[in-house]
Design a protein around this ligand. Structure first.
Ligand code: FAD
Length: 260
């Protein structure tokens, strides 16, 4: 590691002030950032730990909206019963150590192309709340490891509209436990949203053809005749682009069947 300072603010306002130093970086659960620092792949001047910011902890329900604090760990989301598909997703992130340190804000800020929460946020039409603004999920994810966050901006909460039915299917890459392909399907009164993670070189994306078909007929058979192009899908030692494209349809069908 390189040398850096550490600050532990107690409020969002203090955290925002602490982040105003050049090359300061937020620290959530450290599940991604600490290994990166150990490998000397990042050299922040200061880490601003968000763990002590009480306003960013916990989960609350207001009507049909679930609001999750940005520093809330995956294990807490897994234990919350109001949005069962989201809880199940959180319950299958990594292993117990990852789930008891990693945070939803850290996961969404990192936007790993194989991470699970981006699929849930995009399929749910969630709102990413920061210390300065609210960003619709449709505008937030901008490509692999790329988001709409500005320098120093902190995810303070995420708001999820709770759907009528939803399910997340993850085809697990067994060594990392990330998604080789993951599909989150969410059915709302005004239509169905389908978000895919793990598959594309552009990061998480919506499969709009499936959304149209499923909005008319919420059944796996509605996907008959649809296919996903392997163009711009990830090819690596775990699977080819063609394999991933095939998996997108398979996992979408499974998610719809499970949600129904
Ligand atoms: C073995 C292992 C298995 C895993 N398996 C999965 C899996 O199956 N599915 C999955 O989705 N993920 C998986 N993960 C990733 C895990 O979910 C981490 O929690 C996630 O990558 C980052 O969250 P974190 O809180 O640890 O963030 P950190 O590592 O602390 O930070 C990550 C990045 O986000 C920034 N950041 C952190 N918090 C905020 C915030 N509130 N606002 C703005 N920026 C912020 C940091 O500056 C840094 O750039 C796995 C990780 C490991 C180590």
């Amino acid at each position: 590691m390189y040398n850096f300072d550490v600050e532990k603010p107690g409020t969002i306002a203090e955290a925002a002030t602490a982040m105003r130093v050049e090359d300061a970086q937020a620290l959530g659960g450290g599940q991604t950032l600490i290994p990166t620092l150990k490998q000397r792949l990042a050299g922040p001047s200061k880490l601003v730990s968000l763990k002590g910011v009480a306003e960013m902890q916990g989960i609350s329900k207001d009507g049909n909206t679930l609001r999750i604090g940005g520093a809330t760990i995956h294990a807490a989301v897994a234990a919350e019963g109001s949005y069962s598909a989201l809880a199940a997703l959180a319950a299958h992130i990594g292993d117990p150590a990852v789930r008891n340190r990693g945070t939803i804000g850290g996961s969404l800020a990192n936007n790993d192309p194989a991470a699970c929460y981006p699929a849930a946020a995009l399929a749910s039409g969630a709102t990413i709340v920061t210390n300065t603004r609210e960003i619709a999920a449709d505008d937030y994810f901008q490509g692999m490891f790329d988001t709409a966050l500005d320098e120093g901006e902190i995810i303070t909460a995420v708001s999820f509209p709770i759907p009528q039915a939803a399910n997340y299917q993850k085809f697990v890459q067994p060594a990392s436990r990330f998604a080789l392909v993951g599909v989150f399907v969410a059915k709302y009164t005004d239509g169905v949203r389908v978000a895919v993670t793990g598959a594309s070189n552009e990061g998480v994306f919506r499969w709009t053809e499936a959304e149209t078909a499923l909005s008319a007929n919420f059944s796996a058979t509605a996907l008959d005749g649809l296919s996903v192009s392997p163009d711009n899908m990830i090819t690596d030692l775990h699977g080819s682009a063609t394999y991933r494209a095939h998996l997108v349809k398979v996992m979408t069908g499974r998610a719809v069947t499970a949600a129904s």
